[in-house]
Ligand binder design. Structure first.
Ligand SMILES: [Mg+2]
Length: 224
């Protein structure tokens, strides 16, 4: 039992608590995540990582056989900020998404609406990689039934060409880490050298099969 007391003119107020230190209040965490985005710090941190990756790709592109990069999609290539903000970072897979900027916004409805936007630094990285004849592969945790809407959303956001879009088979629900690493291994077996693997989750990068991995900031959700 812990006692917190304050003294006012009239009385001494004590609030007794039965715990030592609870986790951070969820409302404060949500506010901090929104402030991280709205202050521009998120975009700066994101651009810093992309800049490092871009420099690395420039240095390595001419040194290896069949150079390639692997990119995740959500919060790596495409931003879902409107949906994330509306839902205050909760995950609602089903339901409509008809009341933005208010939530709730069903994630599948949001993705099917094709309103995700490309991160400008990542689009620039893709453009430069392609100028350097580096193959670009998207490896996403989205399932195969979202192939057309994902492809259309990429094109709508200005990304018109890629060498592979690899989505999860419909019956796959393993961790992202155990799904994505074998995909990269299969690209290597086809002769590609993955010079950079870029994602917003540690699970995008776990398991190797890339010369160098780059982790983008994402304090908004975690995918194992
Ligand atoms: Mg992602």
């Amino acid at each position: 039992m812990k006692r917190i007391c304050s003294l006012s003119i009239m009385t001494v107020l004590c609030i007794s608590t039965a715990y030592a230190k609870p986790p951070e209040n969820i409302s404060d965490v949500v506010s901090a995540a929104i402030a991280y985005h709205d202050s521009g710090a998120y975009q700066r941190d994101f651009a810093d990582v992309v800049g490092q990756a871009q420099q690395w790709i420039k240095e390595q592109a001419g040194k290896v056989i069949k150079p390639a990069i692997v990119l995740d999609i959500d919060e790596t290539t495409l931003s879902n900020w409107e949906e994330l903000r509306a839902n205050q970072f909760a995950y609602f897979p089903d339901g409509t998404c008809d009341h933005l900027p208010q939530g709730p916004c069903g994630v599948l409805s949001w993705e099917r609406s094709g309103r995700s936007s490309a991160f400008p630094p990542m689009k620039a990285l893709i453009d430069e990689a392609q100028r350097l004849n580096v193959s670009v592969f998207f490896v996403t945790g989205r399932h195969e039934n979202e192939r057309i809407i994902t492809s259309d959303n990429l094109k709508k956001s200005g990304i018109s060409h890629w060498d592979g879009l690899i989505l999860r088979p419909m019956n796959s629900y393993t961790s992202a880490a155990s799904y994505k690493a074998p995909v990269r291994a299969s690209l290597e077996q086809k002769g590609y050298t993955i010079i950079a693997n870029i994602g917003d989750q540690a699970s995008d990068l776990a398991g190797g099969h890339a010369m160098k991995s780059f982790l983008l900031p994402n304090p908004f959700y975690r995918i194992p």
